[in-house]
Design a protein. Structure first.
Length: 308
């Protein structure tokens, strides 16, 4: 039996499809583009995205402000989520610029890659990325996943590297974002490379305050805290060494769509020239400790280096 409710739902769905088709049919070419773009943004607009991670948003804002200063029209689309969410959108042309991290990006597209050095990773990205996405040269700054422990844990068990975890005789649990569980460097990778079995607890704050609390109160014994996070130094945490390079180097690497022309690419590369690991830690500290706004943090950095 077809009810009035079902009829209304069907009409609403048909209308939504019609509107979408009309919008797609009316899209126009972009003067910044060397090819066609499926971007939903107005023609001439560069859409800048970021992961759902405060540090990544700061970097995205650096790119946004320098591009806007140079006359480009920019649209900010921050805190999108993780790779499973934003990379498909970027492939479609709905995002034009996004700060990425080299090793993890390569493993996302090429799970069988044997690259281990920054140069090998950069070479691998050239062939692994979809044709609609280009990786610009990496910045000096690295901000990578880690297995981090408290100083008390490190001292008690004499552990300063992943290889030494095998001598720990109590059950181990790592706390991290849910996607960490299935990453090549997650629990399965730790078991494969180092013979260490760990449990997993999902903490969805990208190594933030909840993760720090869980590590400090012993809810987890290891945590994925990004290496440029000021909380590592503030809490006297120990980031375990990784002699087998389970976690690849993660240099900040902007990825761009075909819409982003050479002038815009040059602006982004000017920013990355000054983006060292120490500079990134300072920027992160201004956010987490200084409680400054992302836009103010970015503006100050760009002005200091004469970029705006």
């Amino acid at each position: 039996m077809i009810t009035a409710t079902k009829i209304r739902a069907a009409l609403a769905a048909a209308l939504a499809v019609g509107v979408t088709a009309a919008l797609v049919g009316c899209s126009s070419g972009n003067p910044l583009s060397s090819g066609s773009s499926a971007s939903a943004a107005p023609a001439g607009t560069i859409v800048i995205g970021s992961q759902q991670y405060y540090s990544n948003t700061i970097i995205a804002e650096l790119y946004a402000q320098v591009l806007a200063h140079d006359g480009f029209t920019v649209k900010r689309d921050y805190n999108i989520g993780q790779r499973e969410v934003y990379l498909p959108q970027m492939e479609k042309g709905n995002i034009d610029v996004l700060p990425e991290y080299s090793g993890n990006l390569l493993q996302y597209f090429d799970k069988s890659s044997t690259a281990s050095s920054p140069a090998q990773i950069a070479a691998g990205l050239k062939t692994a990325l979809p044709k609609t996405i280009t990786a610009l040269p990496a910045a000096p700054a690295t901000d990578q996943d880690s297995y981090t422990v408290t100083k008390a844990f490190s001292d008690k068990w004499g552990v300063t590297s992943l290889a030494q975890l095998s001598k720990v005789t109590v059950p181990l649990t790592v706390g991290a974002n849910s996607e960490f569980k299935t990453r090549p460097y997650g629990p399965d990778g730790l078991k494969k490379d180092y013979g260490v079995t760990v449990g997993f607890t999902a903490i969805e704050d990208s190594g933030g305050a909840l993760t720090v609390k869980a590590l400090n109160d012993g809810s987890v014994q290891l945590a994925d805290i990004y290496t440029a996070d000021p909380s590592i130094k503030a809490n006297n945490f120990v980031t375990l060494k990784d002699p087998k390079n389970l976690i690849l180097p993660q240099n900040v690497t902007p990825i761009v769509s075909k819409k982003v022309n050479s002038k815009a690419q040059a602006d982004i590369e000017k920013v990355d020239k000054y983006l060292t690991t120490s500079a990134l830690i300072t920027l992160n500290s201004e956010s987490t400790v200084g409680k400054q706004q992302t836009s103010a943090i970015a503006k100050k950095f760009l002005q200091q280096h004469g970029l705006i």
